[in-house]
Write a protein that binds this ligand. Structure first.
Ligand SMILES: Cc1ncc(COP(=O)(O)O)c(C=O)c1O
Length: 404
């Protein structure tokens, strides 16, 4: 059996799969097992921040693996590398977020944040925003709006409410003294790269304060320089009570975290949370090395610069192909191209794949671009050229379908 047949026969297939078996990667490039090269503008769903096989990641992995991967009694014992990462995170976390807990995935970080918010406030209602995505555990799915997904696993975790995207008045109407927390993404990634405005976020912060509800900002996709600032909230001037992180935090090693204020930390008691692999030395070593690299190389500024020119170029594409691209959204190195239908997005994704560019089909007829933070200007130009060729082909195919 070949790779595709084996996976299809023995894997539990839970998603649409493209017929390509990726064997290795280097920087922004990946190669399939037949040797065909692709530009990776997905970063494994926004994870491989430093690209594939970056020496900083490899060295940290190797060095730490040779020392210790998992502490005796896990988190019951201290770890020098964990201590180092905790101190370094203090250089980048938004003011007031002084305590950090490590997790293994974004969903797990969000689950932990919501669980603690409920415990600390003694309240059960949590407000999320329609179109949100916070993960696939039962808890986070129940807070992920705009998907029929959650309804498949009835009963959902009770006590959750959804506010329409961007509508602060509607959220204020849902707010009460029963609300433990509001959880939201500053830019909805899976929801189609939709950014909340600064005014919305400020009004939301005030609304939470007025009712004693905690504000949980999910930066699993937007954190670690993705939008051109270290965290997306840095550009919004708000102070979350809890901020969750994942994906780019360790550039490919499964790792995540949530940071809380002293006030939140004061409500957490021993035994309230934990996990076998939480804060494992291997993950800490990689995250620490990634963080050091991002800081030493001013990666956030570079992302903002490259994102600016990518945005301009994408607008040019939109002008040339207005029938296909309705809107360009995003900043930094996280962009969404609003097309007309999910079918069109899948067709464009397949055409790009044929021509050696990997992009991410996203809900609500959006094609997402999330390259490595270290993608070069030349690679961006190459990706745009492929995209342009594919849009031309898509348009020609659509016109011939209409004519036929
Ligand atoms: C904003 C956001 N939160 C949470 C998650 C879930 O993270 P994970 O897949 O690591 O559980 C994702 C994943 O796409 C995400 O984009």
């Amino acid at each position: 059996m070949n790779t595709l047949e084996s996976e299809d026969s023995f894997g539990l297939t839970v998603c649409h799969k493209f017929p390509v078996a990726i064997e290795r990667g280097q920087g922004s490039m990946v190669w399939d097992e037949n040797g065909k090269a692709y530009l990776d503008f997905t970063s494994g769903w926004g994870v491989t921040a430093l690209g594939h096989a970056h020496p900083v990641v490899l060295n940290a992995l190797n060095a730490q693996a040779a020392k210790i991967m998992q502490n005796p009694n896990s988190g019951f014992t201290y770890s020098p590398v964990r201590a180092r990462l905790l101190s370094r995170l203090q250089q980048v976390l938004p003011g007031g977020l002084t305590r950090v807990f490590f997790a293994n995935s974004g969903a797990e970080a969000n689950d932990g944040a919501v669980k603690l918010a409920r415990k600390i406030t003694g309240r059960t209602t949590v407000i999320a925003v329609s179109g949100s995505f916070h993960g696939r555990t039962l808890g986070t799915l129940s807070l992920s709006g705009g998907r029929e997904n959650a309804a498949r696993y009835l009963p959902q975790v009770p006590g959750n409410l959804f506010a329409p995207f961007g509508d602060i008045a509607a959220l204020e109407n849902l707010m009460s003294d029963q609300v433990a927390a509001v959880i939201l993404e500053p830019v909805q990634g899976e929801g189609g790269v939709r950014a909340q405005s600064g005014e919305y976020m400020k009004a939301l912060e005030q609304c939470c304060r007025a009712h004693g509800a905690l504000l949980i900002v999910d930066e699993v996709q937007t954190g670690f320089c993705r939008t051109g600032t270290f965290f997306a909230v840095d550009a919004l001037g708000i102070a979350p009570d809890i901020l969750t992180m994942g994906k780019g935090i360790a550039s490919g090693f499964p790792f995540a975290a949530f940071a809380v204020t002293e006030a939140v930390a004061a409500g957490v008691a021993k035994g309230d949370h934990g996990g076998t692999y939480c804060g494992n030395p291997l993950g800490c070593a990689v995250a620490d090395a990634v963080l050091e690299y991002l800081l030493d190389n001013s990666v956030a500024d570079e992302v903002a610069r490259k994102g600016g020119s990518l945005h301009t170029a994408l607008r040019g594409l939109q002008q040339d192909y207005p029938e296909a691209i309705q809107e360009i959204r995003g900043k930094g190195l996280l962009f969404g191209l609003q097309l007309q239908s999910d079918e069109q997005v899948m067709n464009l994704t397949r055409l790009c794949l044929d021509r050696g560019l990997m992009v991410t089909p996203t809900r609500n007829a959006v094609l997402r671009l999330i390259p490595s933070l270290l993608v070069s200007d030349e690679e961006i130009a190459q990706a745009l050229e492929i995209l342009r060729g594919c849009l031309a082909q898509l348009q020609a195919e659509q016109r011939s379908d209409v004519a036929a």
